[in-house]
Design a protein around this ligand. Structure first.
Ligand SMILES: Nc1ncnc2c1ncn2[C@@H]1O[C@H](COS(=O)(=O)NC(=O)[C@@H](N)CS)[C@@H](O)[C@H]1O
Length: 479
């Protein structure tokens, strides 16, 4: 099927000139999210945004429910005495917790969960008796609360994280816990692949891992302004939490053993990444699988043929709904077609169908893709097949374009000088690193850049080389 108009995507100049200004414009103008709520770091999900969020939650639930996870719901309150049991955890979160100032039992101090390891473990202790109770995998999608000390940013860095999916699992030993870690990484790859978000997977450095973890594996994407954004994390917690909460299980040989636990989280920040990465100066493109409206029909009506056009629009809508597509006819009489094109492109609807008098005569319609703006003339009797095929092409194109941009944002550097130049160009730089902490910190300081960690798709060159011109203290592998 040859397009009747060649690809001519919208520019991304405004988006590149000031990414956050563009993002807040999108959230407001596309009626996704209202950032005017009068509490710092807390924001309102509007109806259209809620529909996007529900599609993302459905994807997250489907991928967790189909891999042995059970959905649960824990209280938001955590007794401070539980929260403060694990020393690294408390050190990492103490400054960020919200306290309940009234309402706890006399003398009992309650906090609002910033994450739920210390709420879950006391119940795991009651639920887990012997090895037949393992592995145990639960998750919840809830609000968690972090009095972020850094600048808050709508949907990206909020103080009420209201779409926080946290999974918590318990295992008989490290080997089984690390099997779960690998499964969690695969689940996150699938989630981000469906959202057409590209990612780097790194094992975080020792100094940047989750408070209380043995190690942290993080998914980072790269935004159009070159900054990286952590969009998901998987933690192997070892026995750090089970030890202080005394969560043990009875082994077949009669001995009691501490369980090994993991936790992994994703939040509404992933939706922000999806909206931004597929954004342009006219709005954004929502990947079809997650779009609240996948096809919008705009009738082009002048004068007396309104009824004929509207009847055809309705029959087209019925045919596409019948194959499971989410379709909407914009029949507003007080808006021009051009106004409607602008409105739905802003909201990221992946496909638009225009139906006018001329189309009736030719028994065809004009289909426009939101990502490339290519137009196709499609016969009414081949519509379903054509629309499905174009939808797949849009998904593929969004994913491919985003991955190409990410790959072109990462460069290798063998020396401090090369790394400095690449960072100056807004790139993410891969440098050889022996894995030695002091050395890593020194590289980070010298380059004034945060370390993402060791790429997971490459074996860490433990004890290997550092950058040529970097005098490092004695080398020691610290994995
Ligand atoms: N203030 C925030 N606003 C929005 N999303 C956030 C915020 N803080 C963290 N996130 C997202 O939530 C994910 C999980 O958070 S976390 O702290 O890394 N990990 C945990 O809390 C673990 N208990 C796993 S659930 C992060 O990867 C990040 O994408």
């Amino acid at each position: 099927m040859r397009p009747i108009r060649e690809p001519r995507p919208h520019p991304r100049e405004k988006l590149k000139a000031n990414l956050m200004e563009w993002f807040h414009w999108l959230l407001r103008e596309a009626e996704i999210y209202d950032i005017r709520y009068p509490v710092k770091g807390a924001f309102v999900w509007m109806p259209y945004g809620m529909k996007i969020r529900r599609n993302v939650e459905a994807l997250i639930r489907q991928l967790h429910d189909s891999t042995g996870h059970q959905e649960v719901l824990f209280p938001v309150f955590i007794p401070y005495e539980f929260f403060s049991k694990e020393s690294q955890h408390i050190r990492g979160f103490e400054s960020e917790v919200f306290w309940v100032s009234k309402g706890g039992e006399a003398g009992e101090r309650l906090i609002l969960r910033p994450t739920s390891e210390t709420a879950i473990m006391p119940m795991f202790k009651l639920w887990i008796k012997d090895h037949t109770d393992l592995p145990l995998a639960v998750y919840q999608i809830v609000s968690v609360f972090r009095a972020e000390t850094k600048m808050t940013n709508p949907m990206i860095r909020v103080r009420e994280i209201s779409m926080f999916k946290e999974a918590h699992t318990a295992h008989a030993d490290r080997e089984d816990a690390e099997r779960q870690v690998r499964m969690a990484v695969e689940i996150y790859k699938k989630i981000f692949d469906e959202m057409c978000i590209p990612y780097l997977i790194s094992r975080r450095t020792e100094w940047d891992k989750f408070a209380g973890a043995v190690y942290t594996i993080a998914f980072d994407t790269i935004l159009p302004d070159g900054r990286t954004l952590q969009i998901g994390t998987v933690h192997y917690l070892g026995t750090n939490f089970s030890k202080v909460f005394e969560v043990t299980y009875l082994k077949p040989d009669g001995a009691h053993e501490l369980v090994h636990t993991t936790s992994y989280g994703i939040s509404e920040r992933s939706i922000a990444a999806m909206l931004i990465i597929h954004g342009d100066d006219a709005g954004t493109t929502i990947p079809p699988k997650l779009a609240p409206i996948q096809v919008v029909i705009v009738p082009i009506v002048y004068g007396d043929e309104r009824k004929a056009v509207m009847d055809t629009a309705q029959s087209v809508a019925d045919k596409l709904s019948a194959i499971g597509l989410r379709v909407h006819i914009d029949a507003r009489e007080d808006k021009t077609p051009g106004w409607k094109f602008y409105y739905w492109e802003l909201k990221g609807v992946p496909l638009r169908i225009e139906i006018g008098k001329r189309d009736l005569e030719q028994r065809s319609v004009v289909v426009t893709r939101r990502d490339t703006l290519e137009k196709y003339s499609v016969g009414l009797d081949e519509l379903e097949e054509a629309v499905k095929r174009i939808m797949e092409q849009i998904t593929e194109n969004l994913r491919k374009t985003a991955w190409e941009r990410l790959r072109s944002s990462v460069v290798a550097a063998g020396s401090i000088e090369e790394a400095r130049r690449a960072l100056g160009e807004g790139k993410v730089v891969e440098v050889p690193w022996s894995g030695d902490n002091d050395c890593g910190l020194k590289i980070s300081e010298m380059l004034r850049a945060d370390a993402l960690g060791t790429p997971m798709d490459k074996e860490p060159d433990i004890g290997g080389s550092d950058m040529r011109d970097l005098a490092c203290p004695e080398k020691r592998a610290n994995y």
